[in-house]
Ligand binder design. Structure first.
Ligand code: ADP
Ligand code: MG
Length: 310
């Protein structure tokens, strides 16, 4: 069976869960990859803040509430605002926990109801909803994928992580067959398509933690990803480099796009390059094509500053 034919098999069981939305609500951007540690929460946070700073109204949902990285990142941001009296824009945020009900059917219904309630609440009042998902296969994660107008899959620059998209021949580096996550994305794309007048998810794969020294691995992974992007129909973005700054900013709840207002010393060259990398991701999402160009407010604080409830 060819790669595309294999991917066109439909997960009929999941068809019951087709979410359908009206066209003029927020554009839903899901950060997903069944592998933990690939950079979903880091890139979701950076994308949400970058969109806010472009003047869009942004809200966010954490579906990985057990680990809660996205929610903790925002909590650190709110604490930082209170500590330093800064006007740092933040998205309107919700976190959805996995259901604790006893039956699988009950769990699915409750999780579906919560996600749909959150989207019903957030979509009418903003331009973009950014959703972070757990690094495991779960009903909630699959459901989020089927709601995605844009899916961003961050991928560490390694064959171990690539294995989640496709199995690669160890000698020739040819693609043998798509892997489990690609199957899942294609299934959810079909579900999305049938609920949204034939429009399906725009899938972006973003390389993350690109090494500045391991040029050979970088080139080999890059070549495989180029081929895969044609076979699987995703847009490939050269994402973030391996940079300590992405780790350091978490505790202050800041992103690279907040540094100018939050630090007295000038940006380093590495920080300027990292900001460019974030912009490349935003260019690939292309918010101005989706929602039109919005001129940022003068003080760059277009969104309300949210206060955590916990
Ligand atoms: N570009 C990067 N450079 C350096 N560290 C990174 C980068 N992207 C993510 N990280 C680090 O990798 C770890 C996993 O990132 P995270 O965003 O939590 O991944 P996920 O949400 O997919 O589990 C974190 O320690 C994070 O700080
Ligand atoms: Mg995470």
């Amino acid at each position: 069976m060819s790669m595309i034919a294999e991917l066109n098999m439909t997960d009929t069981e999941n068809m019951n869960a087709i979410p359908s939305f009206d066209d003029d609500g927020a554009h839903v951007i899901v950060f997903g990859n069944e592998k933990g540690g690939s950079g979903k929460s880091t890139s979701a946070m950076h994308a949400a803040i970058a969109l806010l700073r472009l003047g869009y109204k942004v809200s966010s949902i954490d579906l990985d509430a057990r680990q809660g990285t996205f929610t903790r990142y925002l909590k650190n941001r709110w604490d930082n605002v209170i500590r330093n009296h800064t006007e740092t824009p933040s998205p309107l945020h919700m976190a959805i926990e996995r259901s604790q009900l006893e039956t699988v059917e009950g769990q699915k219904k409750e999780e579906r109801d919560f996600l749909m309630m959150a989207l019903d609440e957030l979509r009418p009042c903003c331009d973009f909803v950014v959703i972070d998902t757990p690094g495991t296969d779960s009903y909630l994660s699959r459901l989020a994928h089927s709601c995605a107008d844009t899916l961003v899959t961050p991928l560490n620059d390694s064959f171990i992580d690539l294995d989640l998209l496709a199995h690669i021949d160890p000698v020739t580096h040819e693609i043998i067959k798509p892997s489990i996550y690609s199957h899942m994305v294609k299934e959810q794309q079909k579900i999305k398509q049938s609920g949204s007048n034939g429009i399906t998810t725009n899938w972006i794969v973003m390389r993350n933690r690109l090494s500045h020294i391991d040029a050979k691995n970088r080139e080999m992974v890059g070549q495989c990803l180029e081929t895969l992007s044609e076979e699987l129909g995703f847009t490939l973005v050269t994402g973030f480099g391996e940079r300590v700054i992405f780790k350091e900013l978490f505790l202050q709840g800041l992103t690279l796009l907040d540094l100018k207002e939050n630090r007295e010393k000038p940006l380093t060259l590495s920080e300027i390059s990292a900001r460019q990398e974030v912009r490349h991701l935003i260019n690939a999402i292309s918010p101005e094509t989706i929602k039109g160009y919005i001129k940022p407010p003068k003080n760059n604080s277009g969104a309300s500053v949210q206060k955590s409830n916990d």
